[in-house]
Each structure stands twice: as C-alpha cells, then as structure tokens.
Design a protein around this ligand. Structure first.
Ligand code: NAP
Length: 323
C-alpha cells in the first residue's frame, strides 16, 4: 500500500542509494533518484536488488541550483537524502579540488533550493567519520572535535557545518548522519573491503598472484550497509533534526580483515604484500565510534560483528562469481 509521499535520493547509483531505495520502497514511498548529467548512468545496484523499474530516475547537475529547484517544484518531496559525493579518500588525494568543489557546493545548492522552494522539506546529509581524522579521545561521539586529514574529510567537514548552519539559521529540518565505514556486496570495487574480497577470490582461483596493499596496521570501525540505511531513515522520522553517529563501536585492523578472508578461503598469508607506494600522504591510525545517541533517541541498535559481515559478503561474492 503506497503512502503517496515522494523522496528524492541523490547518488542513487551508489551503494547506499540502492539499499536506501529498497528500504523506502518497502515503506511505500515514491522514489526519485538523481543521477549526474555528464556520466554514463550505471544503476547496477538497483538492478541487483531488483528495483530498477520501481524508481524514477532524473538527471540533475547538483552544481546547478536551477535544476534542483525545478525538480523540487515538480516532485514536491517530503524528504531529500543527499548521498551523492566523490566518496573515496584515496581519489580525493589525486583530485582534491574537484572533490572539495563537488562535495561542498552540491550541499549548498540543495539546502538553498529547499530554503527557497519549501522550507518544510527534510534534508539528510551523508557526513562521515573521516571528518574526525586525527583524534585524541576514543570512542568518537557527536561532540568530538573535527580534525580532517584528507581532502575528502575536509570537504565532508565543510558540508557538515553548512548543514548545521542552515538548521540553526533557517530552522530547516536537517540531519547529518555521521557514518563510519559500512560495506556490502554493492560497495565500489576500489574500496578496501570489497577489493580484498574480490582479489582474494581471484587468488584462490589462480587468476591473481598476490594482493598488494598499503598500510594495513591501521584500524577502522566497519559495519553492514543495509542496516546503516535504516538509521538514515530513522533520523528523518525523529521529532527534532539532529546529527547522529552510526557505527559498530568496534575497531578492526585492516590486516585482520585480510587474514580473516584468507583463512576462510584457505589462502596462506604470504600471498599479501605491503607496498609503501600505496600509503596515503596522511592517515588515521585508529578510529571507532559510539552510537549511543542513535540507540537512545532513534532506537537504532547495531550488533553485527564485522567477521560475520565478512562471511556474508564472501558468500555473496562467491555465489555471484558462479553465475
Ligand atoms: P558511492 O557508492 O561511492 O556512491 C556515491 C554516489 O555519488 C554515486 O551515485 C555517484 O554517482 C555519486 N557521485 C559521485 N561524484 C559525483 C559527482 N561529481 N556528481 C554527481 N554525483 C556524483 O558511496 P556510498 O558508499 O553509497 O556512500 C554514500 C554517501 O555516504 C557518500 O556521500 C559518502 O561519501 C558517504 N559516506 C559513505 C561511507 C561508507 O562507508 N560507504 C561512510 C561515510 C560516509 P556515479 O555512479 O555517477 O559515480
């Protein structure tokens, strides 16, 4: 049964866009997904989840406010989820200016368009744990100090403060979901966990000699994307707009991820090799968060171990390799 409410999702072609679409379709929303005008439209995630025909796709350049205003007037959404971003930390070191430009100006345009067209439209911003960067105190909470250490993190921190400013200045309903790394089968091929899984399967099948990795002595807080998009939805249904951390609360060393996947596939640890050339110019050594606020206020309760996420992803990848 439809509830006859429309939401706009930017970045619908990405990992979170696909899972969020599936979640919101299940709740009866009409989904309008925005894709970039200049790109080849790739909607493999929506196709994989079997929902490609159930969403409306519109081309929109988020750097051009007039196109956003037109779509807000046309579709009259109740909520806008802004997931579009140059989302790779590594790529941001190669393309710092484009990353900063897109990840910040797109947010300004969306907020400004909402302010001008209909200030009751709720807005979700995909903020990132990377904003905290070089941290003194762990776990990270919503009140921790930001010290971004990559162009990506700087862009996300800037967009984050833009959102807070629009919430405080114009009383817009703006929520920033501060998400720690979350993974799934639909994760982009160049992201660490996805790459470890696909390359390890290739080693097992003797299609690849070994795995080359950068600094794997660092720790991150990883979770499972389909459960994280539920947190995004819950934030937008809360009585008041606020910012929330979504995380597993547990750090895991990148090295342990490789060793877990290798051991599941029966691959010896000698098949991965650390290459200093793959190190980033600056790096966060260890980071993990505390999602108590999301648990207490939204009832978002995450308890999956990352080893069980890895097992799930391995199984899904192996199944799809056989097809
Ligand atoms: P993703 O799979 O990389 O998807 C990013 C989306 O943004 C894609 O739809 C992509 O479109 C679009 N995009 C990128 N550059 C663009 C540009 N210049 N113009 C228009 N669209 C552009 O990312 P995700 O994992 O779903 O993450 C969703 C959001 O959460 C992102 O903002 C990301 O930074 C943030 N986030 C993610 C994580 C995580 O662990 N996944 C953690 C914290 C925050 P194309 O398909 O055309 O490239």
């Amino acid at each position: 049964m439809g509830i006859n409410k429309t939401v706009i999702i930017t970045g619908i072609s990405g990992q979170d866009g696909a899972y969020l679409s599936a979640l919101l379709l299940g709740k009866g929303y009409t989904i309008v997904g925005l894709v970039r005008r200049d790109g080849n439209i790739r909607l493999a995630g929506l196709e994989y989840l079997g929902i490609r025909d159930k969403v409306i796709i519109e081309e929109c350049n988020l750097l051009d406010i007039s196109g956003i205003i037109k779509l807000l007037r046309q579709y009259k959404p109740v909520e806008v989820y802004n997931l579009a971003a140059q989302s790779s930390v590594s790529a941001s070191f190669r393309e710092p200016i484009d990353t900063f430009h897109f990840n910040t100006i797109s947010v300004f345009n969306l907020l400004e368009a909402i302010k001008r067209v209909d200030a009751t439209i709720k807005f979700y911003q995909a903020s990132s744990s990377e904003m905290y960067g070089r941290v003194n105190n762990l776990p990270i909470t919503e009140d921790s100090v930001l010290h971004p250490v990559s162009p990506y993190a700087i862009s996300k921190a800037s967009a984050h403060w833009t959102c807070i400013n629009y919430r405080e200045s114009y009383k817009l309903f703006v929520c920033c979901g501060i998400l720690f790394n979350h993974e799934s089968y639909l994760r982009g091929d160049n992201f660490f966990v996805k790459k470890i899984i696909t390359d390890s399967i290739k080693i097992k099948e003797k299609k690849l000699d070994r795995l080359n990795v950068g600094n794997v002595d660092i720790s991150r807080d990883f979770g499972y994307a389909p459960l994280y998009v539920e947190g995004m939805y819950l934030m937008m249904q809360a009585e008041k707009p606020a910012d929330y951390i979504l995380c597993s609360g547990r750090p895991i060393k990148l090295k342990s991820i490789i060793e877990h996947v290798f051991s599941r596939l029966g691959i010896d640890n000698k098949y991965y090799c650390v290459s200093k050339e793959l190190y980033r110019p600056s790096e966060i050594d260890e980071i993990f968060g505390d999602s108590s606020k999301a648990k207490d206020i939204l009832g978002w309760d995450y308890s999956m171990s990352f080893e069980s996420v890895l097992d799930k992803l391995l199984e899904e990848n192996l199944k799809n390799c056989e097809k």
